[in-house]
Design a protein around this ligand. Structure first.
Ligand SMILES: CC(C)(COP(=O)(O)OP(=O)(O)OC[C@H]1O[C@@H](n2cnc3c(N)ncnc32)[C@H](O)[C@@H]1OP(=O)(O)O)[C@@H](O)C(=O)NCCC(=O)NCCS
Ligand SMILES: [Zn+2]
Length: 253
């Protein structure tokens, strides 16, 4: 994520588009805007385009995106244990890896990423590493009851991008450039499914399936300037305690 997130923050608000459509209808009543308390979207309840757009955004934001059974390769069919290879499908939950040459699942994933980036105020154009078959990045989705309720996108990291972040102050440690193998570009779970270990399972799926070589150790995974929630997840997942006593998160820029 990094500082560029902040620069683009304004233009990425979901409300902007809808404010424009509202202006096409005159009259003081129709100009009234409301902000949905659940999904934070601002829209005009009197404008049909706005209400339709809000409904779609609201549903995906809270409950995830409808997902076809044919989309993606299942990497974990049994999520009680995260030990590959997957055996039989004992639950309704699974994790899929997106195939860049399968357009319907790519399009559906981009729709999910649109919601993710809106929530994170993140740029919408950082998908090349998993869209391009030769870039070695990956997108994984957590599917539950035929909905994509969580997503993670992973990018390979070149040397020089790794940093340690001090958890308390959120400052990067200067003059130390650690090597991390892969970076978590985005990680997201829809509102209604948080706190159920879904993000943790997506991280484990990434660790087992991003490179064709060995399973990656947790210590080789870095975070792209984490949010507050992301920081708490990172703290649990792969933070380290420095000899000074400070907690460090593996990050990248
Ligand atoms: C961050 C996010 C992906 C976590 O998803 P999740 O499925 O709820 O996370 P998990 O249930 O796997 O959490 C695992 C552990 O991480 C920690 N954790 C994660 N989110 C936390 C939170 N909001 N508050 C406190 N601890 C949290 C906890 O220790 C938790 O384990 P525990 O429940 O046994 O204590 C989710 O909150 C989210 O989508 N947030 C909005 C998008 C975002 O900020 N993404 C991070 C970008 S860096
Ligand atoms: Zn809403």
């Amino acid at each position: 994520m990094g500082p560029k997130y902040l620069q683009q923050k304004k233009s990425l608000r979901p409300s902007k588009r809808y404010i424009q459509s509202r202006l096409q209808i005159g009259g003081s009543h129709s100009n009234k805007l409301i902000k949905c308390q659940k999904c934070d979207m601002t829209y005009s309840p009197n404008n049909i385009d706005d209400t339709t757009a809000h409904k779609a955004f609201h549903e995906t934001y809270l409950k995830g995106k409808k997902w076809s059974k044919n989309w993606g390769i299942t990497v974990y069919a049994t999520l009680n244990q995260l030990t590959p290879p997957p055996s039989q499908n004992l639950q309704n939950d699974r994790i899929v890896m997106v195939r860049p040459d399968h357009q319907p699942e790519v399009n559906a994933t981009l729709e999910v990423m649109n919601i993710v980036n809106n929530e994170l105020h993140a740029p919408q154009d950082e998908n090349d590493f998993w869209l391009d078959e030769h870039s070695n990045g990956k997108a994984f989705l957590y599917i539950k009851d035929d909905r994509a309720v969580g997503a993670v996108t992973i990018e390979p990291l070149k040397q020089g991008r790794g940093r340690w972040m001090i958890y308390d102050s959120k400052k990067l440690v200067s003059n130390v450039i650690p090597n991390f193998e892969i970076g978590i570009s985005r990680i997201w779970v829809c509102k209604s499914q948080r706190g159920k270990n879904i993000a943790s399972k997506l991280l484990e799926a990434s660790r087992f399936n991003t490179t064709t070589r060995n399973v990656l150790p947790k210590s080789s995974i870095a975070w792209s300037q984490p949010t507050d929630d992301g920081g708490k997840l990172a703290l649990k997942y792969n933070s380290v305690r420095h000899k000074s006593g400070k907690i460090l998160l593996p990050c990248y820029i």
